[in-house]
Design a protein around this ligand. Structure first.
Ligand code: SIN
Length: 327
């Protein structure tokens, strides 16, 4: 059987990072170019043909619309190209969940698209990058990975873009988790197992990829925070805000009242939680406050969804709530 042909889109991050010593803590992300990386991988004799394209070589905190647009464009081309069976994206772990979710919302789940990163630079003792990458290649080579939306592979786990979240700043074990679903599969260089069937088979892209994304600030709630905090981050032209609320999306009463007033004049207010596994359901007052509940999305992913919705011209609060409800 012909080996699958995968396109590897490289964007930098720790997976392409170098410390200069196997034991040094500080390092520079985005140092290894994709051709040098693939040269090493070819020595492993994987059952996949790999071609690479360098999209960027940055720390992922600098991700933004220009690189997302370039990735989206390359993936659309690859999806239309019968010679390409799947796409792997190497990415910094800090914002991998945001890129994965944005692509998940704006691409059809037609061919496997798999993000992968590393917690340790390539020259560190116990570096995880190459193993994670080989795992990602295995996942993207499997036709059964299609129909599951964009996936993220870290530490032998396969996570769906909507669920994936970075939960540790250090260490390779459990650095990423899925919420509310855990892993949708497990993978090693020698084995791959899916938990359940593809859940998005036959779907198209949910939203058009926008030319620009509106600024949507995240208001991180602290006990007793004053109402003036809202005006500090929401200008008169701000179209949406995500509240990283206490517990189930709660906020001090003065903040709530101010946001209610702003919601009455068109600001879309989404209540998420500052708690890591914080499910925020609708509460009865959301209707009169004109607030939206983020459900299982953490604040940074709620922000991406709200940006995409606003950029797609959506302003109906029922439709916006339905987008947050839709798994
Ligand atoms: C980054 O996100 O670019 C740096 C951190 C990492 O990749 O783990």
């Amino acid at each position: 059987m012909k080996a699958p042909h995968l396109l590897v889109l490289a964007t930098g991050g720790t997976i392409a990072g170098i410390a200069g010593s196997p034991t040094r803590h500080d390092y520079r992300p985005g140092q290894i170019g994709i051709e040098d990386w693939l040269e090493q991988v070819r020595g492993f004799g994987l059952a996949a043909e790999l071609s690479g394209k360098q999209i960027a070589n940055i720390g992922s905190e600098d991700m933004g619309v220009p690189i997302w647009a370039a990735l989206h464009g390359e993936i659309e081309k690859a999806m239309a190209d019968p010679a390409i069976d799947g796409i792997v994206i190497t990415h910094g772990t800090d914002t991998a969940e945001e890129t994965a979710f944005l692509l998940d919302l704006t691409l059809p789940p037609k061919k496997p698209v798999v993000l992968v990163g590393a917690m340790r630079p390539a020259d560190a003792v116990g570096s995880d990058g190459m193993r994670n990458f080989v795992n990602a290649v295995r996942v993207a080579s499997d036709p059964d990975a299609a129909g599951r939306g964009v996936l993220l592979v870290m530490g032998d786990r396969i996570l769906a873009a909507r669920d994936a979240r970075k939960v540790r700043t250090r260490g390779t074990d459990d650095a990423f988790r899925g919420f509310p679903r855990g892993s949708v599969g497990i993978v090693t260089p020698a084995a791959l197992e899916w938990f359940g069937n593809p859940w998005r088979e036959g779907e198209g892209a949910r939203y058009a990829f926008p030319d620009a994304l509106p600024d949507v600030p995240i208001l991180y709630v602290g006990a007793g925070m004053p109402a003036t905090s809202v005006a500090r981050i929401c200008g008169s032209d701000t179209k949406g805000v995500v509240i990283a609320g206490a517990g189930e999306g709660n906020m001090p009463e003065a903040v709530r009242q101010t946001l209610k007033e702003r919601a009455g004049s068109g600001l879309v207010v989404v209540r998420a939680s500052r708690v890591d596994e914080g499910l925020v359901d609708r509460e009865p007052e959301d209707a009169s406050n004109q607030f939206v509940a983020a459900r299982a999305l953490n604040p940074q992913k709620a922000r991406i969804l709200l940006q995409v919705l606003i950029a797609n011209g959506e302003s109906d609060l029922d439709h916006i709530q339905a987008a947050f409800d839709n798994p």
